[in-house]
Design a binder for this molecule. Sequence first.
Ligand SMILES: C[C@H](O)[C@H](O)[C@H]1CNC2=NC(N)=NC(=O)C2=N1
Length: 97
Amino acid sequence: MSEKLTGAKRETVLAGLTGNGWVIDGNRDAITKTFKFANFVDAFGWMTRMAIIAEKMNHHPEWSNVYNRVEVTLTTHDVDGLSALDAELAQKMDKAK
Ligand SMILES: C[C@H](O)[C@H](O)[C@H]1CNC2=NC(N)=NC(=O)C2=N1
């Protein structure tokens, strides 16, 4: 299990994520991003690829899809907040987009 991000490490990780369009959730210790695609097939294809990666990481997104948009929230339920796993999955999502 990954530990909750704290201190300077947390600030560094969050700076990288917000620089790539991730937003810190106002209500809980989580990050969110809306990914937009050309159409539903592209959106769902990306979700399918990400689902396989998430399952391999044993770290799963909260997400929803409407047509060509996917709204993603990442947080680590086991620690009730952000961990390095959220940063890792966020980076993989950005790379696969
Ligand atoms: C039992 C299982 O390993 C855990 O519940 C895993 C599964 N996927 C998970 N995903 C996320 N986002 N956070 C978790 O804490 C988490 N825990």
